[in-house]
Design a protein around this ligand. Structure first.
Ligand SMILES: NC(=O)C1=CN([C@@H]2O[C@H](COP(=O)(O)OP(=O)(O)OC[C@H]3O[C@@H](n4cnc5c(N)ncnc54)[C@H](OP(=O)(O)O)[C@@H]3O)[C@@H](O)[C@H]2O)[C@@H](O)CC1
Ligand SMILES: Nc1ncnc2c1ncn2[C@@H]1O[C@H](COP(=O)(O)OP(=O)(O)O)[C@@H](O)[C@H]1O
Length: 492
């Protein structure tokens, strides 16, 4: 099932819909029940009470509901709460009192004074945070981090978000809760997925809540498609498929000293099912697999100018190690209007506006910063917005690579799952460019090819990491593509 990624504004809009339908209170009840279950799981095997911290807003309401469910399950709870500002939070505080649970006033001193606990729930602040933490919440968060970080072993479950962490950004302010785990409510937020913010969350689990899918689709900023959905898009071979119909890929790249990049792209294309892969270069390229074909050109520009796009299924991957002539060659390739992946040296600002519906741009954050004429930090602080802006400026479909990668098309965004930190090594992006070209050559549309190709690559990385760990190389990842394909779509 598709998961959603919401900004804080998206959650506010969703809450307005829930409220209008009389469902917001039920959603808080569900959030609290899921939080109680997640806290029990985190505390499993640890002695002592469960401590719940509640802020004044709806995030605090979730914590108070969780406390009621834990109490009903026979667990000892210690509840520290700020005065309720949200009506549902006040109501749940009254309900907690009615079942006999005492609520202490939240303060840093009260956090420090609690006896050893089995685990903490941080329900101080969720998507409603604005600015740096202030007042008693700042003190309480410092006291919590000090306790949990001082070898007490007391784990912290963040409800929706670690308090103080803005939902929409990958960067993190100096003071936020450092969570052991986070339970995302309704959907993921950008902070759960990217950069330093994701590190403050720890591993993130999702509690969907009973939100109608159409509302989630309407209010989400991005989706996170499941492997089953992506696998269903992958092309299927039949007994009558032959190499000419499986898809033909031309890789155009390489220059003196950069001979490996197009070769890696070629391997990626072959391993992703392309029937015929030819490397075109002015340089003498290595052939890491004898199944690859290679044509050396005296002048790539003159060759491309003479060539006509073939009528048979053909996709281009252009730019890997190509050097300064890449943008001029990319211009010619784009004028052919055939499925094309532009990578590495072909990712240049002068190509702005030239993308078409069958072309993919595959920048890493450094290349994205060059294309957007901004800093890398600006790209990585908000990868969803950066990918959307790139798509608007360049056209076609954009794959902003990273852990995770973002795919942007006209009118939509998706975030990839999985991958492995060992994939931060040379040639990994070249392999991806080849995979994407193979999927385009097999007839997939560019949006689906981008989403499925990025996940195939990430899945192959996960599989290769089981064997090679951090010593992962792009060739190891390519070798796992067949297995990754089977994981997504079942045996071929
Ligand atoms: N559909 C869903 O997913 C559902 C989500 N739900 C939950 O709702 C949560 C969002 O709740 P929310 O909008 O009430 O905001 P929330 O995070 O509690 O913060 C507001 C409070 O924080 C305070 N405050 C703000 N900044 C501050 C600062 N820097 N330093 C100190 N204080 C600061 C602010 O005070 P004020 O600024 O008003 O003085 C106000 O009291 C969401 O994360 C999820 O947990 C479910 O319950 C229902 C369905
Ligand atoms: N930490 C990570 N987690 C998941 N995937 C990653 C991670 N680091 C890098 N990758 C993936 O590896 C690839 C690296 O691409 P790129 O930087 O272009 O490599 P190169 O230019 O060396 O070929 C991208 O597809 C990216 O998504």
């Amino acid at each position: 099932m598709t998961e959603h990624v919401f900004t804080a504004a998206g959650i506010r809009a969703l809450d307005v819909r829930l409220d209008a339908a009389g469902l917001l209170e039920l959603a808080m009840e569900e959030a609290g029940r899921a939080s109680a279950a997640a806290l029990l799981d985190l505390a499993a095997g640890r002695p002592g009470p469960l401590a719940l911290l509640a802020g004044g807003g709806a995030n605090g309401g979730d914590a108070l509901v969780a406390a009621r469910h834990l109490h009903a399950a026979g667990r000892e709870v210690q509840v520290l709460a700020a005065p309720g500002t949200h009506p549902l939070t006040q109501r749940n505080r009254e309900r907690l009192a009615a079942v006999g649970v005492e609520v202490q006033r939240l303060s840093a001193a009260a956090v420090r004074a609690l006896p050893p606990v089995a685990a903490w729930a941080d329900g101080l602040l969720g998507t409603g945070v604005s600015g740096e933490l202030r007042g008693e919440l700042a003190g309480a968060v410092q006291a919590l981090n000090a306790r949990a970080g001082q070898g007490s072993g007391e784990p912290v479950l963040a409800l929706d978000l670690p308090s103080g962490l803005p939902a929409d950004r990958a960067s993190a302010p100096p003071l936020t809760v450092q969570a052991t785990r986070t339970l995302a409510l309704s959907g993921y937020k950008p902070a759960h997925l990217f950069g330093e913010a994701a590190e403050r969350c720890g591993p993130v689990a999702l509690a969907r809540l009973a939100v109608p899918p159409a509302w989630a689709d309407a209010e989400a900023k991005a989706t996170r498609p499941s492997d089953t959905e992506l696998g269903a898009w992958l092309p299927r071979r039949t007994a009558s498929t032959h190499k000419g119909t499986a898809g033909r890929v031309w890789v155009v790249g390489g220059s003196a000293g950069m001979e490996g990049a197009p070769a890696m792209a070629g391997v990626g294309a072959l391993r992703a099912g392309a029937g015929l892969v030819t490397l075109h270069s002015e340089a003498e390229l290595p052939l890491p697999m004898p199944e690859l074909m290679r044509t050396r050109h005296a002048d790539l520009g003159a060759w491309l100018a003479r060539e006509q796009p073939r009528p048979d299924a053909l996709a281009l991957a252009l730019g890997m190690g190509l050097g300064p002539q890449a943008p001029a060659l990319a211009r010619v390739a784009l004028s052919w209007n055939i499925p094309t992946v532009l990578d590495a040296d072909a990712l240049q600002p002068e190509l702005s506006g030239l993308g078409h519906s069958r072309c993919l741009w595959t920048p890493h954050p450094g290349e994205a910063a060059r294309l957007l004429e901004c800093t890398v930090a600006e790209v990585t602080a908000d990868p969803l917005s950066a990918a959307a802006t790139l798509q608007q400026r360049y056209g076609g479909v954009v794959v902003l690579k990273g852990g995770p990668s973002v795919v942007a098309w006209a009118g939509g965004l998706s975030v990839s799952r999985g991958g492995h930190p060992g994939m931060a090594s040379a040639g990994m992006g070249d392999t991806l460019a080849g995979i994407l070209a193979a999927l385009l050559a097999a007839g997939m549309d560019s949006r689906q090819a981008a989403q499925a190709g990025v996940r195939l690559h990430a899945r192959a990385g996960e599989r290769a990491a089981q064997r090679f760990g951090y010593g992962l190389s792009a060739s190891d990842v390519a070798a796992e593509l067949g297995g990754a394909w089977a994981d997504l779509s079942g045996p071929v």
